[in-house]
Design a protein around this ligand. Structure first.
Ligand code: 3PG
Length: 320
């Protein structure tokens, strides 16, 4: 995998479990639990002697899985990790020698930063993906928003104090590439072989990451007169009529189409934090994108698209 492919995978998966493993024999069932939970990715940290063997076993069992090494504090460890099969290198802090070793060996490296000076050091070495660690203790989302001004080109893998309860705040922040953490793979879960629980925690986190929310229901009507008639009826419930070109909105939640649009009955508009990531997530659930409906913003990011599959007679479009 190229560096770009790896960083795109971080973004699309959206979550990077930070693993501390004591027994390498548990690495393969752990990897399976993550894959089953929709997270084919892990940062196995060199905080235990089992890390190297764990990386070896997982890369052998699941060559497609995006497995990297964390807590890599010097070039020697980076070399060891890569020899074991690590596809990327992460560290809690910024070690210039480790970064140089990775760059010269063409290994994607994500060193940890929590200050503007460290970000500038990263940029001076050609890095525009950095780990923001320890995220919560260093100012969390507020700090990331401050970084977005001077360092608009930098994206962060954020870890440290993130869990299912504050994950949404990070998921909504535009310069967050992916969210890392140990909450879905903590040492107790691994040591007690709670594989089903790990899978469930991953599924839960992945769904929460999307931030899906129904924003409006579009109802197909035969023509403008039918839409106006329906508007009069909905207005009896106190909803405000907002007349547009192709439809009439009742407040913001109901859209009355002036001629039948996509969907047998109409459409559902579902908001999410990141459409590209949501598409990746929904692919696993059997949905595909209707390419003809994709609209992009100035940066090329999708701002709206329909899915090909209908739900209960309604087409679904995603919106940010
Ligand atoms: C890391 O190295 O990224 C952290 O140990 C993960 O932080 P967490 O344990 O608070 O999730």
């Amino acid at each position: 995998m190229t560096k770009e492919e790896i960083f795109t995978a971080f973004h699309d998966i959206g979550l990077v479990p930070v693993v501390k493993i004591d027994d390498a024999e548990k690495a393969v069932p752990l990897a399976k639990a993550l894959i089953d939970g929709g997270i084919p990715c892990a940062e196995i940290t060199f905080r235990t002697d089992a890390a190297e063997e764990a990386i070896k076993k997982v890369t052998k069992a699941y060559p497609e899985m995006l497995v990297g090494a964390g807590t890599v504090i010097n070039p020697k460890l980076a070399e060891k990790a890569v020899a074991a099969g690590a596809k990327f290198i992460v560290s809690a802090g910024f070690n210039r020698e480790t970064v140089e070793w990775c760059l010269s060996h063409n290994i994607p490296v994500v060193p940890g930063v929590c200050t503007p000076s460290e970000i500038e050091l990263g940029l001076s070495m050609g890095l525009d993906v950095l780990k923001f660690f320890p995220a919560e203790a260093s100012g969390g989302v507020g700090m990331l928003k401050n970084f977005a001004g001077p360092f608009a080109q930098v994206k962060f893998m954020t870890t440290g104090g993130i869990n299912i309860n504050n994950l949404q705040d990070y998921a909504k922040t535009s310069n967050v590439l992916a969210i890392g953490g140990s909450w879905m793979v903590n040492a107790d879960l691994i040591n007690n072989e709670k594989w089903d629980e790990i899978t469930a925690l991953c599924e839960d986190a992945r769904l929460k990451l999307q931030g899906f929310k129904l924003v409006h229901v579009g109802i197909n009507l035969a023509d403008e007169a039918a839409a106006a008639g329906a508007a009069e009826e909905f207005a009896k419930f106190g909803m405000a009529i907002n007349n547009g070109n192709s439809s009439i909105f009742m407040d913001k939640e109901i859209e009355l189409m002036k001629k039948p649009g996509l969907g047998k009955n109409g459409h559902l508009a579902v908001r999410c934090n990141d459409i590209e990531r949501a598409i990746y997530f929904l692919k696993d659930k059997g949905f595909t994108v209707n390419e003809e409906t994709v609209k992009r913003d100035a940066k090329g990011k999708i701002k709206v698209c329909y899915l090909n599959e209908e739900v209960g007679g309604f087409a679904v479009h995603l919106v940010k």
